[in-house]
Design a protein around this ligand. Structure first.
Ligand code: GLA
Length: 392
């Protein structure tokens, strides 16, 4: 069975309720869910004023919470020891590391004056793989921020909430991410992709209604340790390149401008810049094609995106390349419209746009061929775009 069965949101919520009862003898007064995301196209350009085109996926983090009449948050994430967080002081990064997403979100609420947060007990459950490049950390931040909104009885503007979560990731998890993951998890809508203009920070919905299309996510089950340092390094490369180009935004850079970067001692910054400029163009073009229901046009853009990430931006890895190669071998005839790595890279997942009727066959072929060549058993699932973070 190459396609993974999915625990439904209703089942996850029931689990969260049961665990809150079991650990804290409480019925939840708040229940929140936030989805992970896959990005169809527009990779490593959300921190370059680019456009990105993700969707929120049917894999979630769910949190159940109830007040506990103390100045403390007592939180259990499944498989982890209970974490106790004092709600009286400014928050600071601490251990264990997973609690930093929560501490960062709490600090965001404190800084905006929504403080103090009353004491509460909470449990966190999830069917979103961690480390699969599917934004489990953004989903955790958004689900938790939704709970805190309920606790302080304030509903934030969705953009403010997503940015608060991004800041938590920067300041408390030490990852200098762009806005894509938090925006996708916050603004996702059923049957819509979220086209995000990362310069204006405006999300726009792009309908994805066709029931004969499927988005197939293939987790390579590889996570390279260098990921975090390399992410920061890529961000710095793009900042240096932009400074050398003498521009204040990548939106003002044309392909012809890049020639000046060829004079650098090596072609590294030229290649980084070429990725940014070409990926922005591909993403705009893809959104335009999708609006005209021209799904087949996405294939070449996704292929070019993957190549650019592999060769110019150097964030792919052998396993991602292998998964994409197998999908391309299945090809258009076999129902594959396009395939590429998705997310930060160095492992994680690929996204493959397929014709629905051939989905199971494609998944089976990917699974068998990938395992045969890499020795790793991949995890595959199909998704459609779902609604973003909300109270249940
Ligand atoms: C990670 C970051 C995002 C984005 C992607 C690459 O997921 O969190 O902000 O930069 O990598 O597109």
């Amino acid at each position: 069975m190459p396609l993974q069965a999915n625990e439904s949101l209703a089942e996850l919520s029931a689990d969260a309720r049961t665990h809150l009862r079991q650990y804290y003898q409480q019925e939840p007064s708040l229940l929140a869910a936030a989805p992970g995301r896959v990005n169809l196209i527009g990779e490593h350009i959300d921190y370059c004023d680019g456009f990105v085109l993700p969707l929120a996926i049917n894999r979630h983090i769910v949190i159940a919470a109830a007040l506990n009449n103390s100045g403390m948050a007592r939180v259990r994430s499944m498989g982890e020891e209970e974490a106790v967080i004092s709600l009286e002081d400014p928050q600071a990064p601490a251990t264990p590391p997973w609690t930093n997403y929560l501490r960062g979100v709490l600090e965001g609420f404190r800084l905006r004056g929504s403080w103090p947060v009353p004491g509460f007990d909470a449990v966190i459950v999830s069917n979103l793989p961690i480390g699969g490049g599917l934004s489990s950390s953004a989903a955790l931040e958004l689900a938790f921020a939704t709970i805190v909104e309920g606790l302080v009885d304030t509903v934030l503007d969705t953009r403010e909430k997503a940015l608060l979560c991004q800041k938590a990731e920067h300041d408390f998890a030490g990852v200098p991410c762009g806005i894509m993951d938090q925006f996708a998890s916050a603004f996702g809508q059923q049957d819509n992709l979220v086209l995000i203009d990362c310069q204006s920070q405006d999300p726009e919905l792009v309908p994805f209604p066709s029931s004969d299309l499927s988005v197939l996510v293939a987790n390579t089950m590889i996570r390279h340790k260098l990921a975090d340092g390399e992410y920061r390094a890529r961000r710095e490369d793009t900042e240096r390149a932009l400074a050398l180009l003498g521009k204040s935004s990548w939106r003002e850079v044309n392909p012809a401008d890049l020639e000046t970067l060829r004079n650098e001692p090596d072609d590294l910054l030229f290649r980084r810049a070429r990725h940014v400029v070409s990926e922005i163009a591909r993403t705009r073009e893809s959104a335009k094609e999708l609006r005209q229901d021209n799904y087949a046009a996405l294939g070449p853009h996704m292929a070019a995106s993957h190549q650019s990430l592999r060769d110019d931006f150097e964030v792919s890895c052998g396993e991602l390349d292998l998964m994409v190669r197998i999908a391309n071998e299945i090809g258009f005839e076999g129902g594959v419209l396009g395939s590429r790595m998705t997310g930060g890279g160095f492992g994680g997942s690929t996204v493959t746009l397929c014709r629905g009727e051939q989905l199971h066959e494609i998944a089976a072929r990917l699974s068998v061929a990938y395992e045969e060549e890499s020795g790793h058993t991949p995890q595959l699932f199909a998704t459609r775009p779902v609604q973003g973070a909300r109270l249940l």
